[in-house]
Write a protein that binds this ligand. Structure first.
Ligand code: PMP
Length: 346
């Protein structure tokens, strides 16, 4: 890996970050807070939240087997994706490389930050090789984005190929594991100390059932996390979100239960899908959704909308012609979908 100083934008490396009122004292149990121009009434909403979310991070650290200082928390993992660009990519100069098709926000963040986005097409089975990705890399490539299990294809990427990139690429490798809780694949979280160029993304929005509270996680070396903390907005994770996540972390067995139900349902819905008239193919899935090729995705999508059922039409995405992406819902919701499609005549 190149030196972090060489990868980071010089203005970020040299930045004097904003220092919030609560950052400026430590070591005492204070009880009178007249430092932040808050309203003393209306607890607990009146106080600014912990800018570094220490209590929440301690819980996440012990659950995930990482150190607290290897964790960044943001307003969804989308915030962490954006921070990769803002921390490392010089607008108009640097580029990133990503597999195609994949999660759309990598390209949106690249475009917003005026960073060239280079796509490397997956093969027909939605897999990639490190060698093909490396062909798109040049001296201005700061990061490679991989998503495993991948969205919208649903499959795990090959572990060996990811490891090969971590070993050969001199910049950062972002492995987005938003759907890892639904997969048998081993997370890259425990490899953080082995690969200083690794950034792993996870989220509370999927298996944890908390998309509404907007809480995403990035795990990386302490040096990378320090850079993210330097440029993030001071209070990027609000108090209500922190409290809700702390509550949920006290009962992780609930999440396990949800995942078990969803995995069983995934198997059931996928095996029913192949029997449907409109279905041409069901792609293997390691996530809480699956991709299916139908006779005419536009028509099938419109029909489902007319039945009050919304799925994702991915027909305009590379390698996804006539494909719908179906999220696994409750057993009742899945039944509604299957019933509707059984009586669908193209
Ligand atoms: N990564 C992937 C692969 C996703 O599919 C999504 C959301 N659909 C995200 C990240 C963003 O998740 P969050 O809600 O944490 O911003």
């Amino acid at each position: 890996m190149k030196e972090l100083k060489e990868l980071a934008r010089p203005n970020v490396w040299a930045l004097q970050p904003y220092s919030s009122a609560r950052d400026e004292y430590s070591g005492v149990e204070a009880s009178v807070f007249l430092d932040a121009n808050e309203n003393p009434f209306h607890a607990p909403y009146n106080r600014y939240p912990d800018p570094l979310q220490k209590e929440l991070k301690e819980l996440i650290a012990s659950l995930k087997g990482v150190r607290r200082k290897q964790i960044f928390l943001g307003n969804g993992s989308d915030e962490a994706i954006d921070l990769v660009f803002r921390t490392f990519c010089k607008p108009g100069v640097d580029n990133v490389v990503a597999i195609d098709p994949t999660y759309g926000m990598y390209q949106v963040c690249a475009d917003v930050n005026d960073v060239e986005y280079r796509k490397v097409l997956l093969d027909a089975n939605y897999h990639f090789t490190a060698d093909k990705v490396m062909l798109s890399v040049d001296e201005n490539t700061k990061a490679i984005f991989l998503c495993s299990p991948n969205n919208p294809t649903g499959n795990n990427l090959g572990r060996q190929e990811i490891e090969k990139l971590l070993e050969t690429f001199e910049g950062l490798v972002v492995v987005d594991e938003a759907y890892i809780d639904f997969s048998d694949a081993r997370s890259f979280l425990l490899d953080l100390d082995k690969y200083p160029n690794l950034i792993v993304l996870q989220t509370f929005s999927k298996a944890w059932g908390c998309a509404a509270i907007r809480l995403g996680m990035a795990f990386a070396s302490e040096a990378i996390i320090d850079l993210f903390n330097k440029i993030k907005y001071p209070y990027n994770v609000n108090e209500l979100t922190q409290r809700q996540a702390i509550e949920l972390l006290k009962s992780p067995e609930k999440v396990k239960e949800w995942v078990e139900i969803l995995l069983k349902e995934r198997e059931r819905v996928m095996s029913e899908f192949v029997k449907l008239n409109c279905c041409r193919r069901v792609f293997p899935s390691d996530a809480n959704f699956f991709l299916t090729k139908v006779k005419d995705a536009k028509l099938a999508y419109a029909y489902l909308v007319s039945q009050g059922i919304i799925v994702r039409n991915r027909t305009n995405i590379a390698l996804c012609g006539d494909c719908l992406r179906i999220t696994i819902g409750t057993p009742e919701e899945n039944d509604k979908l299957l019933e509707a499609l059984k009586s669908y005549i193209e």
